[in-house]
Design a protein around this ligand. Sequence first.
Ligand SMILES: Nc1ncnc2c1ncn2[C@@H]1O[C@H](COP(=O)(O)OP(=O)(O)OP(=O)(O)O)[C@@H](O)[C@H]1O
Ligand SMILES: [Mg+2]
Length: 450
Amino acid sequence: MTTGTILLVDDEPAFLRLAAAWLEKQGQRVITAANGAEARAAFAGARPDLVVLDLVMPPERTPEAGLALISVFSAVPVVVLTAHADTALALRAVAAGAWDFLTKPVEPELLRFVVERALAKRALDQELARLRAPGTGDDGMIGASPAIQRLRDMVRRVGPAAVPVLVLGPSGSGKELVARALHAAGPRRAGPFVTVHCGAIPAELLESELFGHLKGSFTGAHQDRAGLLATAHGGTLFLDEVGETPPPMQVKLLRFLQEGTFTPVGARQPATADVRLISATHRDLETMVAAGGFREDFYYRLKGVVLRSPALTERREDIAPLAARFLADTAGRRRLRFTTEALAWLAEQSWPGNVRELKAVVAAATALADPGGDGTIGPADLGFARSGELPAGTPGPAQPQTLPEAVAALERRLITAALAATTANHSAAARRLGVSRVGLLKMMKRLALR
Ligand SMILES: Nc1ncnc2c1ncn2[C@@H]1O[C@H](COP(=O)(O)OP(=O)(O)OP(=O)(O)O)[C@@H](O)[C@H]1O
Ligand SMILES: [Mg+2]
């Protein structure tokens, strides 16, 4: 049965009362208005899904005034009420945009039937609008390979369900994107999506981060603080790198999964939150369970449904479209394009860092592209962007004029390449370059590198 909010407009109080009671009994939400002016205000304020409109009402008492109202409510289906003898008026109303009509006195079962049919149309209209709107309804996942299509299909099916989902896959393969797509595909899409990096928060802090704490529960707790679980109420909590969750927290999260309750630090009473849990890890949880590093009961609870985010090399046909999108995103107004050989080169690489690495290499190649060049990016440019090493026999970028310019250009190139090779990990890039992390950040600032 389809339910929604219905605006009933009629000048007869008895009809409003009876019809409202009847529809509410069917699970509908009903608001009422006694004339056109009230109806306009209620329509703007309550955003109903359907309007049931009497065509002849005071002060005008003319069908023309009623017919004119239909277009005011045309964003939703309008069902008009007409006198029994007046089928001609009913047809004029349909011609003016009404979705359906009912004749008075209204037969309750017919009212229910017409209302549900109109609400079903309304739901379809909304779904269509969502799918057509640019940006929305789009899961952000680029790719048309069978692997990605299977994943999309799973997201569509599992997204609306309430079960916990565990997203597995190698680093940089898009697990977080899948988690967001699941959230967007379900009824909680308007609610919050909250991410917790289970490995990045020190074990002592994780409990209060997640569950919140009461004032005075530990040194430094100067006031009550809601945790991320409470923040995610009505939405989704994404436990990223769930494999890093310390065992005591595993127990507490397990309790939340089983009973829906948790206890804020320092609280006596358990609290509840309506939260859907999605977790992800690149680690092999099954092996961790076997080795005693991860609780088996928690593992089984987390993996209500398991989705696998494929490695980039399992879907090489997606590499070119991904690279093209990343190039368009990073190049901005500069007109850059890959040569055919460049796309072939990209498709052949091993990509241990998966999509994240591809994105970083494309960004580095964009940064390195010669502003005075022809706007093409070839395999040599990409190889250099990836490793910082020029393949033998390839001409380098245009030579700078002065020594300081040459030094800056070289620094820029080496730093960009080191960042690309370490997927923008500053510490690792600094180690590679033989400088301190702070030194690297200073150089990046001086060279205006992000
Ligand atoms: N199918 C895709 N389409 C477009 N962008 C993608 C796709 N998959 C991944 N990305 C991009 O690649 C980057 C890495 O993705 P994400 O953070 O989701 O990976 P992850 O699997 O969570 O990695 P990690 O295990 O390191 O946390 C992000 O910038 C993401 O937007
Ligand atoms: Mg991630």
